[in-house]
Write a protein that binds this ligand. Sequence first.
Ligand code: BYC
Ligand code: FE
Ligand code: FE
Length: 472
Amino acid sequence: MAQVDYSELIPNNVDLASDRRLKRALEAWHPKFMDWWCNYGPDQYQDKAVYLRTAVSVDKDGWAQFDHVKMPDYRWGIFLAEDNRDEKTINFGEHKGQPVWQEVPGEYRGPLRRLIVTQGDTEPASVEQQRILAATAPSLYDMRNLFQVNVEEARHLWAMVYLLMAHFGRDGREEAEELLERRSGDPDKPRILGAFNERTPDWLSFYMFTYFTDRDGKYQLASLAESAFDPLARTCQFMLTEEAHHMYVGETGVARVIQRACDLMREHRTDDVRKFGAIDLPTLQKYVNFHFSVSEDLFGAEQSTNAANYFTQGLKGRYMEARIKDDHLLKDSPYSVTDLVDGELRQQEVPALTAINERLRDDYIADCQRGVDRWNKLIRDAGIDFEITLPHRAFHRQIGVFSGAHVTPQGKVVDAATWAAHEYDWLPSPADHEYVQSLMQQVTEPGRFASWIAQPRIGINNQPIEFPYVKL
Ligand code: BYC
Ligand code: FE
Ligand code: FE
């Protein structure tokens, strides 16, 4: 391979040029990453110019540069958020008040490596899940957003690989290789977390995924951004700037599907918008039920000693740890969790330390609800009597205390037969999937949109809606 100037090719603020060992490790990994990207990243369109945002530095001017680039030429950079505080100290846990760590303490090598690998694994997984969507993009604007999300998730993989290579020696290099070897949905070498082995077969699923599952990313990254291991904290802080756009794609995507349905309902005075090639609100509700419940699972068990240890050791904090008004040790604090006792859902006080996962899930659910409220406002403003709701947290769970139970979206525990009789009232049925799939026809004329989705209110980076976001 020709000599590559890595400090040029990989925009970074980690002084890559002067770290020869790290540079060598990345040089060995880079071609494997490119192989993965070309074979398991976006299918086709790799030779098309896409209007992408690239981060070339972490400051105000550098982190969002827009230009038409071909995806393989995207500059996947390595950035840590700047932190100018000289004496930054740990905010929580048994090391509270001590200086943050610039190197991995020997006793926490195992758990830190595991957290970084779990996080890192989700990033390429989501790219694999979204691989075939461009072929059915409802517009060039949407196709561009898909590719933007994909290149940034790949950058998040780079971010975690950087940490593994810079701080975990040979083990880290091996983990970096394995991150390229597991595959979403492959029974022999699946991705680590459940939601990342599900399929994302259509664009409604894509918007739901970026609304609900990328939002899990926001909360997990935010809690890792509190870590006493400072390089991890600062890496995650910077990743969060990109996460906002992914959730925007999800929230506005779902909103536009709702808008289209409402417009047709009003225009034709009917609930049956399928006749007009749109997605009816009850079907959309089922997709909400599915993606919300699958994403809730990503927070782990309601009560977890792993999570308690991560907190006490200072590895993973709570959402906005510094803003919480308590002792940040949680030795004797209680926290109220929903539990399943003798087949009934009950509130229980448990030690706050073991309820760290549940607390983060609570923050997440409240955040999910805010967007749902905005969707409902669109429906109300259209004069339509329908409300989208988040299902009960115990509904359709695979991880944690509710995983064996059958619970309705309203939070009623039912028997297996009742569940089976209603499953497809609550979750998308094969016929729903088939219907949504039947709508997925690619639209490539600039400024035009598929029948089932309204156009966005504004373009990307102040460009008009009919801008050639992808040059085909
Ligand atoms: N699937 O004690 P518990 C993102 C396992 S999304 C499969 O609760 P703990 C993104 C668990 O490993 C953000 N297994 O677990 C979004 C444990 O196994 P062992 C992703 C699961 O340790 C969109 C056992 O069950 N980042 O960035 O508290 C696009 C006991 O559970 C699952 C992170 O998740 C599951 N869902 O783990 C792109 C942050 N849940 O030890 C990107 C990193 C639990 O008994 N990860 N298990 O064999 C973590 O912080 C934690 O590992 C968990 C909870 C949140 C996953
Ligand atoms: Fe990500
Ligand atoms: Fe994301």
